[in-house]
Design a protein around this ligand. Structure first.
Ligand SMILES: [Zn+2]
Length: 168
């Protein structure tokens, strides 16, 4: 998703050509930078699940950096700080670049993005790889349908209980 976030910065750059691309890319990647800081500080976590070899997805617990309310708050903080230092256009553009991170992650991630601290976890659609018929059906569900996230334990047990794909 790194390329997607940089792409979002490039789109914002087209709308605000006077703002430096470095500021916009840094803004678009701010939530992941905060995730790294908060993981080191013990506030958030990233775990390698037992089925990582087949699913290729890490499990995140990141409400402070990647919650919807948190993303909005970080966007407003960035907007205010950048606006104060570099002006209104730069502040608005960087704030938008920061917030662009959340919907892109909601498309890519498993349902693990909280709306706020302690809220249910969401994703726009699953990024689960197509390794069984049920995953294939989930991938073909109409865009725009939101799915609530199960608990990690529930998701793990559900994925274990799904039938093995038949490759004929
Ligand atoms: Zn992210």
């Amino acid at each position: 998703m790194f390329a997607g976030h940089v792409g979002a910065a490039l789109i914002v750059k087209r709308a605000a050509p006077g703002v430096g691309l470095g500021k916009l890319v840094a803004g678009a990647l701010l939530l992941d930078s905060l995730l790294g800081v908060f993981v080191l500080a013990g506030l958030e976590s990233v775990k390698v699940p037992d089925d990582f070899a087949s699913l290729h997805f890490l499990r995140f617990d990141f409400p402070v950096s990647h919650g919807l309310l948190a993303a909005l708050s970080w966007s407003l903080v960035a907007l205010a700080l950048v606006r104060k230092k570099w002006g209104v256009e730069a502040g608005n553009a960087v704030g938008l670049a920061v917030f662009s991170h959340w919907p892109l992650d909601a498309i890519e991630h498993e349902p693990e993005l909280p709306l706020a601290l302690g809220s249910p976890r969401w994703a726009f659609r699953s990024g689960t790889s197509c390794r069984s018929p049920s995953h294939s059906r989930r991938r073909s569900s109409p865009a725009g349908s939101w799915r609530t996230g199960r608990s990690r334990a529930g998701a793990a047990s559900a994925s274990r209980s799904q039938p093995a794909p038949s490759w004929r």
